[in-house]
Write a protein that binds this ligand. Structure first.
Ligand SMILES: NC(=O)c1ccc[n+]([C@@H]2O[C@H](COP(=O)([O-])OP(=O)(O)OC[C@H]3O[C@@H](n4cnc5c(N)ncnc54)[C@H](O)[C@@H]3O)[C@@H](O)[C@H]2O)c1
Length: 669
């Protein structure tokens, strides 16, 4: 048997040998709820054994009881003691240690995800979406940083559910970092088994960009929410192509990591929004950031303020401090007309605290979650059932309800409401109301390849961001399509809307050609020394990269919505074409076993290699999804496919489907 001395001696990259002091927890910083302790005695021992793998033997005696207490009281071992003291945030890339630019760049990206200003539960390494984590514990965080400091252009760091497996030889053209999160073998690919794996410290829920290190604060979703609301207005409220949501009311819930984008987006779209939020601290954060304009705990006042703004066609966002179900009860009894209706509680994990049941305050919800999970589940189910009834009544009165990608309708179904399923039996044929992807995002954006392209100016300089905004604008022709016009206006006004929270980042919906044009332009600017290096990436919530039948691929209707080939192909293709980072996750946005999603990061360092990667990888990253949509016979993606084949004749081709006469199928089938 080898000794710990030999093991330590064989590793040159390792954690400092000193035992850090337990850091003070800054008061007022949100803390994750107890996730529950479900392990058998043997599993609990294994969990302890697992975490101690990171630590030299001389500290085991001291740390074992501390870690066991964390496991029993918090449902996870975060190794709080190893959180570096002080503020963690995205510093300028020059302030990081590293042997290659990518190694330093990824430290900027990770630190942004854990900034007190940005992250949902920074002490528990949760960036957003109730459970979306950068990695599982502070030991992993420290070790990943050490590896990134040592990473060279000829190595690849492998990260498996937060655990840095090691640095391996590769080539400059290969990714510098390959990440997977929460992937489970089919038989065990369910929330329960994953939960046990997470408690044992061997799996992590990366959400989308939390564990993919590409989160850019709530801005990341504002543009998509703006597009969704505006296009919902065009589709259902007769808003003209060049009009806005002036005079219209949107009601939803959640002012968390992503949901916090809703008030900002509705104001940018010119409308009025009331967003319910049970947690007062999140309302305060959004008020302080200027992401919501007013707040009240009185539903009457919320609707009165909204009504006045609607009359004057004045944009306004209002946070209602309370439960969304209570707000909807009020809307129904007082006869208010709600034009657009949605929900963005963390329904991908309703029983883990993501959905606060009607009748409980936020503090009561946290206490009950720790004390009696069965009772908590019972209340969640009852609340979701009532929530459903209220939406149904409002829809009958003319509201347009859409599921906003948080698995709300699936959660309602799981709460026992069979009526929400289209076939009245199961979820296989979808639900009675559309998801925003089915009616809005899919046909109007994804089919053309438009998706959430984003970039981060690694210098941390606002001037660099302003220059990139200008450069991006110069790459868009606003007269080409309505979508281009929207995107042009978005980036033109982005600075004015004060969207930055955390790193100097921007989101901008673009199609394949637009993304390539903009990235090449940025790389040229870096080469010419006009700006510092830039990291480009995207949300996993895109035309490509994510197979998620309740969300991104909700409008794939050829039966392949239950497959995950596209996400895997997108990931592999991006790795093969030399993206700097590639990530593949289980469950992003909707919960374990309900999606496979992936993303990338590409460092623009001004090199020719970056130019070549942009041309091949960025094009692939988008076109993979368009091709899959086209093969599924999705209307607008067929014309995008034809256009692609014509413009890339001889260099690339998408296989396109022949169309079949419905009458023939009905006759023979
Ligand atoms: N549509 C998209 O593009 C998209 C993108 C990312 C995430 N999501 C999904 O949206 C959901 C929310 O994401 P997030 O990052 O904002 O999560 P979050 O957990 O940070 O925020 C959800 C908020 O809802 C509040 N809440 C819970 N129950 C409530 C209730 N009954 N009434 C009022 N408020 C309540 C919580 O207090 C919390 O602040 C997740 O399921 C996520 O997966 C959607």
């Amino acid at each position: 048997m080898v000794s710990n001395l030999e093991i330590a001696g064989s590793m040159t990259i390792r954690l400092d040998r000193d035992l850090p002091e337990m850091p003070d927890f800054v008061p007022g910083i949100r803390r994750a709820p107890d996730r529950g302790f479900r392990l058998s005695p043997a599993q609990a021992k294994l969990s302890l054994r697992n975490i101690l793998r990171y630590i030299p033997g001389e500290y085991h005696e001291r740390l074992a009881p501390e870690f066991m207490e964390e496991l029993k009281n918090r449902g996870r071992i975060y190794a709080y003691r190893y959180r570096p003291p002080g503020r963690i945030y995205a510093k300028s890339i020059d302030q990081y240690r590293g042997r290659c630019t990518a190694g330093k760049a990824f430290q900027v990206m990770i630190d942004n995800n854990l900034d007190f200003e940005v992250a949902l539960y920074p002490y528990e390494l949760v960036t957003y979406g109730e459970t979306g984590s950068v990695c599982q514990n502070w030991l992993q965080y420290r070790l990943i940083k050490r590896y990134l400091e040592e990473l060279t252009e000829k190595q690849t760091l492998v990260v498996m559910s937060g655990h840095p497996l090691g640095l391996f030889p590769s080539r400059p053209e290969a990714p510098r970092v390959v990440i997977t999160n929460g992937l489970m073998v089919g038989l065990f690919d369910n929330q329960r088994d994953w939960e046990i794996a997470a408690e044992m410290g061997v799996s992590s829920y990366g959400q989308m960009t939390a564990g993919g290190w590409m989160y850019i604060g709530p801005q990341g979703i504002v543009h998509g929410t703006f597009n969704t609301l505006l296009n919902a207005g065009r589709l259902k409220l007769q808003v003209p192509p060049d009009g806005d949501l002036g005079g219209h009311l949107f009601v939803s819930s959640g002012l968390g990591g992503m949901s916090g984008a809703q008030p900002k987006a509705v104001e940018i779209a010119g409308g009025v929004g009331i967003i319910a939020e049970v947690d007062e601290s999140r309302i305060k954060t959004r008020l302080d950031q200027g992401w919501v304009s007013r707040a009240t705990a009185e539903p009457d006042e919320a609707f009165r303020l909204a009504g006045e703004a609607q009359k004057q066609k004045r944009p306004l966002s209002i946070a209602y401090h309370g439960n969304i179900v209570d707000l909807l009860e009020h809307a129904l009894t007082s006869g208010v007309r709600v034009d657009l209706l949605s929900d963005q509680t963390s329904c991908h994990a309703p029983y883990d605290g993501g959905y606060c049941p009607q009748g409980l305050t936020f503090a009561e919800r946290t206490r009950l979650l720790a004390a009696d999970r069965d009772k908590f589940k019972e209340l969640v189910d009852r609340s979701l059932q009532r929530h459903f009834e209220l939406i149904k009544a409002l829809v009958e009165r003319g509201s347009y309800f859409f599921d906003y990608g948080n698995s709300f309708m699936k959660a309602v179904f799981d709460a026992g409401v069979q009526e929400i399923s289209k076939n009245g039996r199961d979820e296989k044929d979808g639900f009675i109301w559309p998801s925003y992807v089915e009616e809005i995002m899919g046909p109007m954006l994804f089919d053309y390849g438009y998706g959430p392209f984003r970039w981060v100016c690694l210098s941390g300089k606002p001037e660099d961001l302003a220059k990139t905004d200008q450069a991006a604008m110069s790459c868009i022709d606003p007269s080409r399509r309505g979508q281009d016009r929207d995107n042009y206006i978005w980036v033109r006004d982005a600075q004015k809307h004060n969207l930055v929270v955390g790193s100097q980042a921007r989101i901008l919906y673009q199609d394949a050609a637009g993304r390539v044009r903009i990235a090449l332009k940025f790389n040229e600017m870096v080469r010419e020394g006009k700006i510092g290096p830039v990291m480009i990436g995207r949300d996993h919530h895109d035309v490509s990269g994510t197979d998620s039948p309740f969300r991104e691929t909700a409008n794939i209707k050829d039966g392949s919505n239950v497959t995950a080939d596209m996400a895997a192909q997108c990931f592999a293709g991006n790795a093969a074409r030399g993206m700097s980072l590639v990530a593949l996750h289980n469950g992003g946005g909707v919960g374990i076993s309900k999606a496979i999603n992936g993303g990338f990061g590409l460092l623009l360092d001004g090199s020719e290699r970056a130019d070549e990667t942009v041309k091949s990888a960025l094009l692939w990253d988008v076109t993979c999804g368009v091709a899959r949509r086209a093969w599924a016979r999705n209307g607008n993606s067929l014309s995008t496919g034809i256009e692609f084949n014509e413009s890339h004749a001889g260099a690339a081709q998408i296989t396109l489907p022949y169309l079949v006469d419905d009458e023939l199928i009905d006759r023979i089938g």
